[in-house]
Design a protein around this ligand. Structure first.
Ligand code: ZN
Ligand code: ZN
Ligand code: FE
Length: 753
């Protein structure tokens, strides 16, 4: 080749999730293969490659980068520029000195890769070895104690690498080059099974016993990547019902793990986008339409089932060595506590209820429950963001360094700002639970050291009694309080990089409003600094306050009373037969006299009311059961909708009136449910139309827990897009309160500027 053709130095800047995922050695291997000279280096802003080559070669090089990028990486952009000519003797990985302090990317955990699964059947020191991993797969976040990401700073520290592992670890041409958790049967972690008072250490016997138990109605606690899980055969009603008892969980569906995608298709309807997500290395639980093949206690009457595919080598071993096709795999906790991560605690607590407890001796440093998603309009929508997703950063349009957003209360995640990146914590849970609140505090302090983060501004919810708010006030730094629904909308704006006035539609359960009432169906004109509330659903009293969330029938009574006065007691409503008449009269009196009956515009409360009124969910056994049952009831292709009244606030009294008539006429509940959902959608669209006319804004941002409802989100997106609105909804973080901290963070950062 003529010298002048390769006489150019190209500077290639690769951005996205490219650090801590084996990107540099990957680049190195391509360069060596193509006999190219230059260097690769991690910088704050991404990976920088310098390459001496021809124009043709650099094009081919970039094609290859895209084509074979490490599975856990995610290339956002590649920028190529000619730069000052440099001389290189070979191709080098440059160890950056200045960078280590500011590079804070920590990769989420990654499901075991195909190549490792093959190695598991062929490498002598890793035959069926369940802790096999490589640069492309395995534990990350859950084992990292401190940065930079190095074996010494992970819970793998106590395992000294054997000669063989070490030679792979230090060979840049090897797939296990600098794979921090690299291990084999000679030197790595091992399982231990606690069964009938005995501790079994023989690895083969452990697998046999675990499989034997699961095949024979047994319930086994199994240590996962980010915590313990409880497993049983998902086809065995006896076991699943017993598990329900153990977890004291009446109504909430269990997630299941299928042996493979073919099996998953046997039990659920799966479209292309859903299949892609199921198979993604993040391996979340995907909510799918159920085919009703599993034991009925798995999803207790819902029409959806949460499905995931194996993500740890041991999961594969279970299915390979048994006739099991689908197992329940539910979080290893009792009721609402955080999942157990500690071996001793698992043996002590889960051991009391499970037939065996399977542990291993690599510690979990960062807890991470399974993530949960559903797919709407072919896009992934997170319901719980944890294993596989957290703590991947979200890029921001403003600098948020030092901002700590404390989140809400019931479904908490917090969020920290590092320069123009937001790091949303893994799923924390309900802070009202003492252990969860401890987990919250502990995780904030871990993030401070992990990400070298020192807060200089706290951002909290307006609600003074949220434990997250109280936590913020214990710090001696400035605190900004943000209205709940403004934060919801801002969290979605953050995802999409919006910084302008938008129409924000927050459909939600509960959030304190600036007028002292409870809000939750808010139409806002807002930007990152401010909001104006332009419409909402009519206020309704919540007789009994917080009790309504456990007893949706109270909401039905409230709506009926406000619609009909006391005369509704004479209607032949089935749900009323479940509640003593005296209790209902007292409730109405409490509403009249304003005793413990705060006003709420929460959309979730309207769903509660209709769910109870139709008899679908009179008392609720878990958070949001009533709206979920109502959504699950839609089975018909119904286009018509119930009437409502638009005014300063939107009133659904006409709708309640029609539902009562339909119930009297024995109209099918699935039709009532569809008409109800359609009415909510229509009311939202008409309100948006009016606001758009008044304010001349075409961008609509959707957020809030009610958009977990697939029917509402899908139809609303479709219809609004059809009317030439630009619609933004959540794709990277949850639409429920777990995502709110991101919005708080952005508002805090924008406001302090
Ligand atoms: Zn691998
Ligand atoms: Zn080894
Ligand atoms: Fe909320």
């Amino acid at each position: 080749m003529p010298e002048n053709l390769s006489n150019i130095t190209y500077r290639i800047e690769i951005q996205g999730l490219v650090q801590g995922v084996g990107f540099r050695p990957f680049i190195y291997r391509i360069a060596i293969k193509n006999k190219l000279k230059g260097s690769v280096e991690n910088r704050n802003d991404g990976v920088i490659v310098l390459l001496n080559s021809t124009e043709k070669q650099v094009k081919e090089f970039i094609n290859e980068v895209y084509k074979h990028a490490p599975p856990a990486s995610n290339i956002a952009s590649v920028n190529v520029q000619e730069t000052e000519k440099m001389e290189f003797n070979d191709f080098k990985i440059v160890i950056s000195k200045s960078v280590s302090d500011s590079v804070t990317d920590i990769s989420p955990d990654i499901a075991v890769c195909e190549e490792c699964l093959k190695d598991m059947k062929s490498q002598n020191n890793r035959l069926d070895y369940p802790f096999i991993n490589c640069t492309n797969c395995g534990p990350r976040f859950t084992i990292i104690k401190s940065l930079p990401y190095d074996r010494e700073k992970t819970t793998m520290k106590k395992f000294a690498m054997c000669k063989k592992c070490n030679s792979e670890y230090t060979d840049v041409m090897d797939r296990r080059f600098h794979a921090q958790p690299v291990a084999c049967a000679v030197c790595g972690p091992e399982y231990k099974l606690y069964l009938e008072g005995k501790e079994i250490s023989d690895q083969r016997l452990i697998l046999e016993k675990t499989v034997e138990l699961l095949e024979n109605k047994g319930i086994v606690a199994i240590k996962g990547l980010g915590g313990f899980f409880i497993a049983c055969n998902a086809f065995c009603e006896d076991s699943v019902a017993r598990l329900r008892n153990i977890k004291s969980r009446e109504g909430k569906p269990f997630a299941v793990m299928c042996s493979d995608i073919i099996q998953a298709k046997q039990i659920a309807y799966i479209n292309k986008a859903e299949e892609e997500t199921l198979k993604s290395l993040k391996r979340p639980i995907v909510l799918l339409n159920d085919k009703a093949k599993l034991a009925s206690s798995v999803n207790v009457g819902f029409d959806t089932v949460g499905v995931m595919l194996p993500y740890m080598p041991f999961h594969y071993l279970i299915f390979e060595n048994s006739d099991l096709k689908v197992i329940v795999l539910t979080s290893g906790n009792i009721s609402d506590e955080p999942i157990i991560t500690d071996n001793a605690k698992a043996v002590e607590i889960l051991g009391q209820f499970c037939d065996a407890v399977l542990t291993y001796n690599r510690d979990i440093y960062n807890r991470a429950d399974d993530s949960v998603v559903n797919i709407v309009n072919d896009k992934e929508r997170l319901i719980r963001r944890s294993r596989g997703y957290a703590p991947a950063p979200i890029s921001l349009i403003v600098d948020a360094e030092g901002v700590l957003a404390n989140g809400a209360e019931l479904v908490n995640c917090f969020c920290i700002g590092k320069a123009k990146q937001a790091i949303l914590s893994q799923h924390i849970g309900d802070l009202k639970n003492l252990e969860t609140y401890e987990f919250y505090k502990e995780t904030i302090s871990k993030y401070k050291s992990l990400f070298r983060f020192s807060p200089n501004l706290m951002v909290t919810d307006l609600h003074p009694d949220y434990l997250s708010t109280r936590y913020a006030e214990e710090y001696n730094i400035p605190v900004i309080r943000v209205q709940h629904h403004h934060a919801h909308i801002a969290s979605c704006m953050a995802e999409h990089g919006l910084d302008e006035s938008v129409i924000g539609v927050a459909m939600d359960g509960t959030g304190l409003g600036s007028d002292g009432n409870i809000w939750g169906s808010e139409f806002l004109i807002c930007n990152l600094k401010d909001y104006k509330r332009v419409s909402h659903f009519e206020y309704m009293p919540l007789p009994g306050g917080d009790m309504v969330t456990h007893e949706p029938w109270r909401m039905a009574v409230s709506y009926l009373y406000k619609t009909f006065g006391m005369s509704f007691l004479d209607y032949n409503l089935t749900f009323l037969k479940h509640i003593p008449g005296e209790k209902i009269r007292m409730l109405c009196k409490a509403i009249d006299e304003n005793i413990n009956s705060p006003l709420s515009s929460g959309a979730g409360r309207l769903f509660d009311a209709v769910s109870a009124l139709t008899g679908l969910c009179i008392n609720s056994s878990f958070h949001a059961e009533a709206p979920m049952r109502l959504e699950s009831a839609i089975k018909s292709n119904v286009a018509e909708y119930y009437p409502f009244e638009s005014g300063k606030a939107i009133s659904f009294k006409p709708l309640i009136n029609e539902i009562v008539k339909d119930l009297a006429d024995n109209v099918d509940i699935s039709i009532i449910s569809a008409r109800f959902h359609n009415a909510v959608i229509e009311a939202i669209i008409q309100t948006i139309d009016k606001i758009s006319d008044d304010f001349n804004i075409k961008k609509v941002v959707l957020s809030g827990g009610s958009f977990q409802n697939r029917y509402i989100l899908k139809n609303l997106e479709d219809k609004l897009s059809g009317k030439s609105y630009k619609v933004y909804s959540h794709e990277k973080i949850p639409t429920n309160d777990a995502g709110i901290a991101l919005g708080q963070l952005l508002i805090g950062a924008a406001t302090r500027l």
